[in-house]
Design a protein around this ligand. Structure first.
Ligand SMILES: [Zn+2]
Length: 168
């Protein structure tokens, strides 16, 4: 069921597109100075869409034992400060979304949320529940519920897999 759901979502996701600026593909040239705190996975679930030229993010979805998509808590991947929150609007397809600045040029972005529990200026701790996954904005699939997770280093969208090790 997981494989079937993954394939279905992956196929449907091909038509998913956001107006994003080009990602910096030379991630090996970038460094994250503060490596004292490892990143943690932002939400339970499985990867439904990887980082590609047309999708500068990683999508993670969760489902119940019957394969039905479910909303799950979103955790702060690292200590940080909330710098932007957008709710109640389509926002170019992102739906309810927010950004956390982790310092040292590193930011993370969370989209399609159902509930957002943080406000601009809030300090968050790694592992803190900051939102729940939802299907706001432009989503696809049986339920559409997933987290669209982006990571920026010095303003460039990078592949989170390059920084999370095996955590994702
Ligand atoms: Zn996405």
């Amino acid at each position: 069921m997981h494989i079937l759901a993954f394939t279905l979502i992956a196929v449907l996701a091909v038509s998913c597109s956001y107006s994003e600026k080009p990602a910096n593909t030379e991630t090996s040239a970038l460094t994250v100075p503060d490596q004292q705190q490892e990143f943690i996975k932002p939400v339970e679930g499985f990867i439904t869409q990887a980082f590609t030229d047309g999708h500068h993010a990683v999508d993670i979805a969760n489902e119940d034992e019957n394969g039905v998509g479910i909303s799950s808590p979103i955790l702060a991947v690292k200590d940080g400060t909330v710098t932007e929150v957008v709710t109640g609007v389509y926002d170019g397809g992102y739906g309810n979304n927010f950004t956390i600045d982790h310092g040292n040029g590193v930011q993370t972005f969370y989209a399609h949320c159902a509930e957002v529990y943080v406000a601009v200026g809030d300090t968050v701790s790694q592992g803190q529940v900051i939102a729940t996954t939802g299907d706001t904005g432009r989503v696809f699939g049986a339920t559409g519920i997933h987290l669209h997770f982006e990571m920026m280093v010095n303003g460039d969208k990078v592949n989170p897999f390059d920084y999370f090790g095996g955590a994702l």
